[in-house]
Design a protein around this ligand. Sequence first.
Ligand SMILES: O=S(=O)(O)O[C@H]1C[C@H](O)[C@@H](O)[C@@H]1CO
Length: 589
Amino acid sequence: LILNISATATHTIPSTLYGYMWEDINHSGDGGLYAELLQNRAFQAVIPGTQNALTAWQPFNGARLSVTSKTSGVSPSLPNSLQVQIPQVVSGPIGFENTGYWGIKVQSGWTYQGSFYAKSATFTGAVTVSLKSAQGTAFATKALTGITTSWKKFTFEFQPSVSADNDENVFNVVVDGKAAAGQNIFFGMFSLFPPTFRGRENGMRIDLAETLAATQPSIWRFPGGNNLEGTSFDTRWKWNATLGPLEDRPGRVGDWGYPNTDGLGLMEYLNWVEDLGAEPILGVWAGISTANYSDLTTWPVVPEAELQPYIDDVLNEIEFIVGDSQTTDGGKLRASLGRTEPYSLKFIEIGNEDTFQADSYAAYRWNAFVSAIGDRYPDFDFEFIATTLPSTALTPAYQRIDFHMYNSPDWFTSNAFMFDDYPRNGTKWFIGEYAVTSTNDTNALGDIPSGRLAYPTLQGAAAEAAFMTGMERNSDVVFASAYAPSFQHIKNYQWTPDIVTYDASRLVKSTSYYVQQMFSLNRGTHVLSTTPVSSNDTTPLFWVASYNNETDVVFLKVSNTGTQDLVANIFLVFPSSDLDLQHPLAHLH
Ligand SMILES: O=S(=O)(O)O[C@H]1C[C@H](O)[C@@H](O)[C@@H]1CO
């Protein structure tokens, strides 16, 4: 195959082309990127008195544990407390343990920051906290005194003397059995953090954060995805419930079946996106919640006459993000939480996958949000992204549309040219979620026996790469793309495949991770056309050429989706004129 790369650029490549879609799914947030080590740390979004309310907590030496809301919680947002009943006859240490998110990493040299609340009507003795192996080896221990009859916050630090051999470790809390015999002690709002990415308080787990940062994503779509929507209006992701001291964050039952602490909240996300040097794509709630996928007619939709409070909520969220810290309530609140400077925000996505309720989206919801935001913020040239079917006519007409595709390798290779003939009419596409999810293109979201991938495969990654060459070649139409979902905690997940899989102490980057990294790190500023544009079927290669006019480098990205080894002799054929070192092809990488 002789491939000619033209020396003239066709169009610029938007800086937003590669990034991620993010939501708390598969414990990607709580138990993943968010560095909190204790699962169910504040008994949020659980039902007192149930076994489930004690998730990740277990008795130690016979204490009787229960979650209760009969006593006042540590704060109005956290009504549930752990009640620890010490038996009448007992001696020696007795209490309870947290098993973390299926383990706790114990690393010597790390300083762990911990805290908890406690109170008791009668007990005033010491509370001893420690990091211990499942076999009982203590890596770090602290004794805290001063329990009173009302809630008191205790803080402590751990510096483990040695690292644990594995992550089967627990956070252990005990009192002296004799001193506490027959008494009740209440605990609330635990927290235990390892060092975090860039040392941010309430921040991100370093290894996972560095793994994402290493792909230099330039967009970060959040907070969902389904997890934005809630399974009811009241359980939607509420931006203002994810702000401020952790005691003020009630948490919620996420859309993926587990409690979200919302410790990873709007400000943590915005700080993270800045740390990445990326552009946020903020998803705002647009009036539907996800009920059951088998019957879309059951999905609740806010009637037009009742939409205003939700519109105001979004206007206030945007004011919190971009409002002046002197003259706007949102800006003042942001400043009071430690951030005076407004965050940058350009892209606002109205809803998520509103393809399922296109009628009401087209009839009033899209227009209501876009008009209200435009009227309130006339000086911000926000770019609104529609999330309904591209074929749905909207008022105002959408300029940008979010298109999701989960499918087979064949779908991605046979659609690698879908944008080559797309009309250049100013409309821009965001491929806001895509991945090869199955070898079965009639049921790409089925179960594993029907072809679903448990993990990304080389075949899938090559097919994603083929599709990505098409997105890059047509990046005058495709302005952004986001592989989805991102993370998977191997011990508890709801969706496969995912780009990075991990447990409490290790992570594995997938083939698709390396494809994302390769495309994202090797970015041109302009697309160079090639002849031919495509190969014939016998050599199923897909490619795109680009040129970076800052580094003066030409990139040729090639995906071989065939089963034959690809032996490529790349000859550089320069134009007839002498080798012009300023020529874009002079330094091919
Ligand atoms: O069940 S799906 O609708 O396919 O869920 C998908 C689409 C949705 O936006 C996202 O939350 C999820 C996985 O990334």
